[in-house]
Design a protein around this ligand. Structure first.
Ligand code: 4AZ
Length: 806
């Protein structure tokens, strides 16, 4: 109506609009609302109004967007999904064909049960708030029986806290929720009410993309099944591109294994760098179960020279098995190790079936062949037993391979031996490699050297020096044979250790009369427990050096009482009674015990830190000067953990670990925090001086007392007696020189789960110092009659300890 068109700035326009509106309101006759609306509406579409509306809308949109973005990135704590692939063997379940189909009622029912158990475990753990869900992805059969469960676990973690959920912790929570009994050393225990194999538990961090691409309904997932041995299932893996991962889950009939033959691997030019193929021994992409990985490493120039195609070909698995590991090998004289032989598919795991034959040749009939293995040993085959980690035939003599924690040299005293290796396990095993060389048949070791039973040569002066130079102690064995009947005294390590090493018993003579050999530097004296006994016996007083240890000063509080219903048959300790006792907490839970050795070193059991049991020092806190749980005088961080290099998780041999504190504990904590003394090789507790085991572990087997799992709040102590090695060997097998039995015949006093790593301390004499005789290691249940606890024999490991802490 009365609006004219003109070009104006926004300000100008606004003023005009205001003026006009003002004018309209005051000077016009009143009109009907409908008419007024029509006027306003048509007015809005005029140019100046339009500009105002558009500008306002744009400003509004910008403000809303900026605010929303700010909220997303700053105000709201954004959550990240953290994904883990897991595997566990459910022991009592028989695999049925229906389990292969994720939509079958049988699958769904078992999956639901397991998901519930996993959910209960994690919802009751320290990461309960972050746990979102567990999804069972596959159920498969396996050669150990039961059903192998492959699952995903999803945690929702605030972005800043992502590192808080780590694969070691997630795995540890699961493992620690399994109640096992050490009886019979079976690895099957109970995860709530589900019987599971603790050894089978494996948790690996994974990518979200792995989770989505392996879930049913994913764009590129195939699950071929070979129903009969020998069935060949052709596979073609042709990813659709765009960064999509494809997965093929291969399964075969129970009792058979899958053989995968890769005939060609074509890498497209554009994707060359990113293309990769990984084969896992699992139905989910678990890094720890990688069998083999190939990645597209071919460069663009390679591509050009091969017609813009990078082609990698692999021959059939059977061919590789025989041809790649069998060969004719020539050694050289005096040139050390000149080459290697490898297990088939090295460095992949060993296949379950294979045969390799190596024909060795040496340049002279006076030479033999030596094979140096890393962490693997060949031992003569017991005619009544099967080889479980490789069957070997060396010139018609049979050997079994086994994995050990040290290197070995296997010497074949023949100039041209034939060595045959057969895989002998129903499960894929670790690969091996051996360096080969020749040696002089008449003199395997150079002059001045001693031949260890590991096959290594060590310098002669290293024999019988108390140090394990051969890696299997063979340089320290039979050290007293020469002197058992001869003029010189038996080897000090074997004197009065309670073990008859000399056939004439000379090494154990006169021990009851209190005489014992003690080596001062250069000379020796005969006195029982001369070390740190307050009397300088050596001329240089070396026997009284570094003796600030092993003297507790217990405080009996008014009204304190002894409750004879604790540890297995133990009682409450007093404040300061065991000042070396340490509580080791992993993620806030008391896991193990330890003992103070010095201002910055603690000693504990290796099995508390073995691979599965969290080797990461950052996960641990040491609670020092603690009587009641949670009331430590000092909490220390651990800088690093030294697990004994020969620790054997299957036998618990060398079950010892040293923990270095990040910072020394303050000296002002004395006398409530004090080191325990380290025993000499010949230390024996004083007569009628029993030893004491201390800890906050369970009070009975299975941890239940009156039906509920209760851990004592106050540090418990129990008195136990040492058993002779021969008594110990009657109860358990194997008992090695690094083990020690202690208990009471009725079993009424004993260590139990949770006491592991803690001290078994013995007093040298009445009122004398306390020495760390043992470290709680293992046993058959807790508190059982005639089944003592087994401890790490510290006196056999003092040189290793000193090597690290001094
Ligand atoms: C344990 O699992 C454990 N009764 C420690 C000691 C004993 C048994 C078990 C000996 O930590």
């Amino acid at each position: 109506a009365d609006v004219s068109v003109e070009v104006a700035t926004v300000d100008h326009t606004l003023q005009k609009v205001r003026r006009k509106y003002h004018h309209t309101r005051h000077c016009r006759k009143r009109r009907s609302p409908k008419k007024r609306f029509e006027e306003l509406w048509s007015g809005l579409w005029t140019y100046p109004y339009l500009v105002v509306v558009v500008v306002t809308a744009v400003v509004f949109a910008v403000v809303v967007t900026v605010w929303a973005l700010l909220w997303v990135f700053t105000c709201r704590e954004s959550n990240n999904g953290v994904y883990f692939a897991g595997m566990i063997r459910v022991a009592n379940e028989e695999f049925i064909p229906e389990y292969r189909h994720a939509d079958s009622t049988e699958f769904l029912s078992l999956a639901k049960k397991i998901e519930l158990v996993l959910s209960n475990v994690y919802k009751g753990s320290s990461v309960a708030k972050l746990y979102k869900q567990a999804v069972i992805s596959d159920l498969s059969n396996n050669n150990l029986g039961g059903v192998l469960v492959h699952f995903w676990m999803v945690f929702e973690v605030p972005q800043l806290k992502s590192p808080a959920v780590r694969e070691e912790w997630v795995g540890a929570i699961l493992r620690d929720s399994v109640l096992t009994s050490l009886q019979n050393r079976t690895s099957v225990g109970y995860l709530l009410d589900l019987p599971v194999d603790i050894e089978s538990i494996l948790i690996n961090a994974a990518q979200r993309s792995d989770y989505t691409s392996t879930s049913s309904g994913s764009e590129c997932l195939d699950k071929p099944y070979a129903p009969l041995p020998g069935t060949s299932v052709p596979l073609e893996l042709d990813p659709p591109g765009g960064g999509v991962s494809c997965h093929i889950k291969l399964t075969s009939a129970p009792g058979s294994v899958v053989r995968l033959t890769i005939s060609s691997f074509l890498i497209q030019p554009s994707d060359c760098v990113g293309d990769a193929l990984t084969v896992y021994d699992s139905l989910l992409p678990m890094s720890a179960r990688t069998l083999r990985a190939w990645s597209g490493t071919c460069s663009m120039s390679d591509l050009l020279s091969t017609n813009a195609l990078c082609k990698c070909s692999f021959s059939g698995a059977d061919d590789v098995c025989v041809s790649a590991c069998s060969s004719h090998v020539e050694t050289q004289e005096g040139a050390g190790y000149t080459g290697h032989i490898y297990s088939p598919f090295h460095p992949s795991l060993l296949p379950t079936k294979c045969i390799c034959t190596w024909l060795f040749g040496t340049p002279s009939p006076s030479l033999g062949v030596s094979l140096k293995f890393h962490n693997y040993v060949l031992r003569p085959k017991d005619p009544n037993a099967h080889c479980t980690h490789g069957w070997w035939k060396v010139n018609d003599h049979m050997f079994c391979g086994s994995y050990v924690g040290y290197s070995t040299v296997f010497r074949i005293s023949h100039p041209s031996p034939e060595v045959e290796f057969r895989c002998s396990s129903r499960q894929a095993q670790m690969p091996f490699q051996a360096a080969y060389g020749s040696y002089n048949l008449s003199q395997p070791c150079d002059q001045g050297h001693f031949l260890c039973s590991t096959g290594f040569c060590v310098e002669r002066h290293q024999r019988c020096d108390g140090l394990d130079d051969c890696q299997d102690e063979s340089d320290e064995h039979f050290c007293c044979t020469a002197s058992c009947g001869g003029p010189s005294p038996p080897h000090p390590l074997y004197v009065c250790d309670g073990h008859s090493d000399c056939s004439n018993g000379r090494d154990e003579l006169n021990c009851t009369q209190g005489t014992l050999r003690w080596d001062c530097v250069g000379t020796c004296i005969l006195k029982k427990n001369a070390r740190c006994d307050g009397v300088p016996d050596c001329q240089d007083r070396s026997d009284e050096e570094d003796c600030g240890c092993g003297l507790p000063s217990p405080v009996r509080k008014v009204g304190s009482f002894s409750n004879l219903d604790r540890i297995v048959g133990g009682s409450n300790s007093l404040e300061g009674e065991w000042p070396w006792q340490v509580g080791l907490l992993f993620s806030g839970n008391l896991y193990c015990g330890a003992s103070v050795l010095s201002a910055d070193w603690l000693i504990s059991a290796a099995h508390c830190f073995s691979k599965e049991r969290l080797a990461d020092p950052r996960s641990w806190r040491a609670h020092l000067g603690m009587l009641t749980r949670g009331e430590a005088r000092h909490v220390a961080e651990i800088q690093h953990v030294v697990v004994h290099e020969f620790y054997d998780a299957s036998t618990f041999d060398y079950d010892v670990a040293l923990l270095r504190l990040r910072r020394p504990w303050p000296a002002s904590l004395a006398p409530l925090v004090q080191p325990v003394c380290l025993p000499t090789p010949s230390f024996t507790p004083g007569p009628l001086r029993p030893c004491w085991v201390t800890g906050w572990g369970y009070r009975s087997e299975g941890g239940s007392k009156g039906g509920s799992k209760v851990l004592p709040a106050v540090l418990q102590k129990a008195q136990v007696s040492l058993l002779s090695p021969s008594e110990c060997k009657k109860r358990f097998h194997p008992v090695t020189a690094r083990m020690l039995c202690a208990g009471v015949p009725s079993g009424a006093q004993d260590a139990c789960n949770g006491d592991s790593g803690g001290p078994l301390a013995c007093q040298a004499s009445a009122g004398g110092r306390w020495f760390l005789m043992g470290i709680v290691s293992w046993g058959s249940g807790c508190g059982r009659p005639r089944l003592p606890g087994v401890y790490t024999r510290v006196s056999k490991l003092t040189s290793w300890i000193h090597q690290h802490i001094t």
